[in-house]
Design a protein around this ligand. Structure first.
Ligand SMILES: Nc1ncnc2c1ncn2[C@@H]1O[C@H](COP(=O)(O)OP(=O)(O)OP(=O)(O)O)[C@@H](O)[C@H]1O
Ligand SMILES: [Mg+2]
Length: 480
């Protein structure tokens, strides 16, 4: 069957399909597009009921090419704690939950997407909604404050460095614990709006904090886990926006697994490995596919190298902000976030975004939790005091990682290759060592006892490979 037999060129076609009882509907989007003669992947949407039925919608052109601007009214929570954040391909509103009044649960938010997919704008929309709804926002914008610049001054606590992110997270955890104590002393076992405000800790570019080799990865992972675990019932939510091709990059795969399963998850333009993992993790039912979101709406046309026409269409409209709300009622329905501010780059802050935030003061943390939020919170508007706290954090961290390195070396390498043990010994030494010194240290690391000849052999091998340098007569040091 081909499209012209189904509809005129400007009509929307909806097909309801069903497989016989006992079978589960499966489909291959690429094959379906090929069968229907569709080259623009954003013109076709397949949604299933997860069992026998599927609905295929074919549009004459991308239905989300133009999406209206967000208004303050969109961002006022309804009685279910939801705001309007976008539109589905069929024009229906996309609702995201900021709070669950039926259980009193604070939410966890995840926004994934490759670079330029529209993560920061979607985050900005949620931050504006937080201000409008009296939610206390604490934000770390890890692109040096470049991603959501209008948020500064419109959130209660703002940071733009890794150290500030850690201080924000530590304060957030401390507030959650303080609230827990306070609520349990008062005989309360849940959170309700009207007393303490909701507190949302948000991190944009969370990958920078959580990726392998990031300086505070372990602590950040622990704090985020703790917020996810204890914050829910005391009105403290956590939200991450991240560019990640693999969950491993975000503090290890199981850190976020629970958050992913229970959180508000929005997936913008993604990489294929991320998608495989989401399916592998059961976030998307097997057999379900998400139509890939291309970077632009330019049609892919094969052109011969002998074709002299050069009409490469460079200004085809982009697809930024397009994605899927995986935790919503229609996880496989393509949606796009409402436009927030100017699409074209501006020289300074965006007046449209500032107007959405409004002139009033953002909601502030309750006084009863100020002590728990500690010096970092008290210093948040004092750049000198904040810089001192960040420096102290850096120093504390360096101290820890020094002693931590020795501990992990003796624990980790004592049973391993002799070369590794020798390297570990040299790594924790302050000065070059003789083979005899190395021998003693290796034999003290808790592993198998070795002889001096083996140590000399290992030192020779490591020197040949360039890992170890001979510095002066009989002295060895690690090449750093
Ligand atoms: N919903 C939207 N509608 C239209 N345009 C949008 C939308 N969201 C984002 N854009 C456009 O896409 C651009 C990139 O968006 P944004 O900065 O949010 O992406 P990002 O995923 O945070 O990118 P990065 O990885 O660089 O941080 C914006 O400057 C804006 O012009
Ligand atoms: Mg961004």
């Amino acid at each position: 069957m081909s499209m012209p037999t189904l509809a005129a060129a400007d009509e929307v076609v909806e097909l309801m399909l069903e497989v016989p009882a006992g079978q589960v509907i499966r489909y291959d989007l690429a094959a379906l597009r090929s069968a229907l003669g569709i080259t623009d992947p954003t013109r076709i949407v397949v949604e299933t009921d997860g069992s026998r039925q599927a609905m295929v919608t074919v549009y004459p052109s991308n239905p989300l090419a133009n999406v209206r601007a967000v208004t303050r009214e969109d961002l006022v929570m309804d009685r279910h704690g939801r705001i309007v954040a976008g539109v589905y391909h069929n024009g229906r509103p996309v609702r995201k939950r900021l709070f669950d009044p039926s259980t009193g649960s604070a939410q966890r938010f995840l926004l994934f997407g490759t670079t330029g997919a529209g993560k920061s704008r979607a985050l900005q929309l949620e931050l504006i909604a937080e201000k409008i709804n009296g939610i206390v926002s604490w934000l770390a914008d890890l692109k040096e404050g470049q991603s959501v610049p209008e948020a500064k001054g419109n959130v209660d606590f703002y940071g733009s460095s890794q150290e500030e992110a850690i201080l924000i997270l530590r304060s957030g955890v401390a507030v959650a614990h303080a609230r827990m104590r306070r609520y349990s002393a008062a005989g309360r076992n849940s959170f309700a709006l009207g007393g303490d405000p909701l507190l949302h800790v948000r991190i944009d570019e969370a990958n920078r904090l959580l990726e392998k080799g990031a300086p505070y990865r372990d602590e950040a992972t622990g704090l985020i886990k703790e917020l996810g675990r204890t914050g829910r019932s005391v009105g403290v939510g956590i939200g991450l926006a991240a560019q990640a091709s693999h969950l491993e990059e975000l503090g290890g795969s199981d850190t976020l697994r629970a958050m992913l399963k229970e959180g508000e998850v929005t997936l913008l333009r993604w990489s294929s490995s991320m998608m495989r993992q989401l399916v592998g993790d059961g976030l998307l039912p097997a057999g379900e596919q998400l139509q890939t979101i291309p970077k632009t709406l330019a049609e892919r046309v094969l052109r011969s190298q002998f074709d002299l026409d050069e009409d490469d269409d460079d200004d085809a409209p982009g697809t930024q902000g397009t994605g899927y709300v995986l935790s919503g009622p229609r996880p496989t329905a393509m949606m796009r976030h409402l436009r927030v501010g100017s699409i074209a780059p501006l020289p300074g802050l965006d007046p449209e975004i500032l107007a959405l935030y409004g002139d009033d003061e953002p909601a502030r943390l309750e006084v009863a939790s100020h002590a728990a939020a500690a010096a970092a919170y008290a210093s948040r508007h004092d750049p000198v005091a904040m810089a001192a706290l960040c420096q102290a954090l850096q120093a504390e961290h360096e101290e820890k990682s020094k002693s931590g390195a020795v501990v992990s070396i003796s624990a980790g390498h004592s049973g391993g290759l002799l070369e590794d043990r020798v390297q570990a010994v040299l790594a924790s030494a302050d000065a070059p060592m003789t083979a005899a010194d190395v021998l003693d240290a290796v034999n003290a690391d808790g592993g198998k006892a070795v002889k001096v000849g083996s140590v000399r052999n290992s030192l020779g091998l490591l020197a040949d490979e360039g890992d170890v340098a001979r510095v002066g007569r009989g002295l060895y040091a690690l090449n750093r």
